[in-house]
Design a protein around this ligand. Sequence first.
Ligand SMILES: Cc1ncc(COP(=O)(O)O)c(C=O)c1O
Length: 393
Amino acid sequence: MGNSLDAVPLSGIFRIRDLMYGVSQPFRLDHGDISFDTPAPIREAMKRALDAGETKYVQTGGLPRLRELLAEKLRVRNAIPVSEPDEILVTAGGMHGLYLVCRAALDPGDEVIVPDPAWGPTLGHILAVGATPVPCPLRPGLDWRYDPEELRSSVTPRTRAILVNTPHNPTGGVLGRADLEAIAAVARERDLMVISDEPYEDIVYDGARHVSLAALPEMHKRTVSVFTFSKSHVMTGLRLGYVVVKNPELRARVLKLISLTVSNVSSVIQHGGLGALEADQHWIAANRAALEARRDRFYAGLATLGDTLTGSPPAGAFFAFLRIDPAWEPPGGLVPGRSQSWAMAEHLIRQARVGSIPGVDFGALGEGYIRCCFAREPSELDGALASMREVLL
Ligand SMILES: Cc1ncc(COP(=O)(O)O)c(C=O)c1O
């Protein structure tokens, strides 16, 4: 018997991940995981919590102290005018936060303007609740930012929300204040909510600064901001995130969904979050500098691979979104009906043991690209580049 979830595609990220488990000595540039260790204060706080018996049910919306510290962080670092910790709800990572927000805010038939390309799971969250993602192009010629007129013309009477993701996965594009002002203007004029997905808030290069959309005038009340500890605090597998919801009705629905899905986010992991926020968090700047060096190392190596894969260093996040030479075909030619980006990703896995994600998995405009993650150890990046060189040159 069918179910509406059958129409929701499984992101290619998970299909590629499964393929990679079959590769011996792989170069894992496919998934967005960081090779740094989880900082010691976070690990110590979790160990202390375990030993102190902090293993019981806790408050549905999150530990009060954690929400207080998050409110402070949001006010100081994101300039979001949070008035009380209750506006924050703790989730099992950004993925869980996005799902809860889509389920709580959207109804079947609603349209949500999404970037094209976009991180696949977000589209899945929208489809899973019976709403429709409406792609709006991010233009490579604009450093993967919107043309504001295209964004404005994507709005229809059915549009309920605009989904914004900056810094952006998969392109690494960063929306500056003027870009966000333009989005905010459309949201205000057309009375839309904004879902602002900011997992890479701390990973912006070349001295630039991340701007949170909810920090713009009048935008906190119509924005739901989705944050995670995954990337800033190297906690990808631990699953800790939070959403910031000003609107009380929407917040009550998200809280209800937390109780229905996880009851509360793991108590021990929340203590890890406390450990992060109570420490001086020097790792954020150190990791950003290390990632910037890895970005530069990766692109310097890429320049020696010929013209099959090309691209410019991204402004944020830790992905290289590389253009495939339109004339490239795998040995034996392209299989009819098979996209070039899947052919390239499979070719690199089979011949070079290098994982990457086919661009088409991120939307129609992603076709002709692959995404490589450079948040890996320098030795893994060098090995991947050497292996790609043998296959592509
Ligand atoms: C664009 C985007 N949003 C949200 C997330 C969610 O991250 P997590 O569920 O690990 O907190 C990710 C993770 O890769 C992402 O790339």
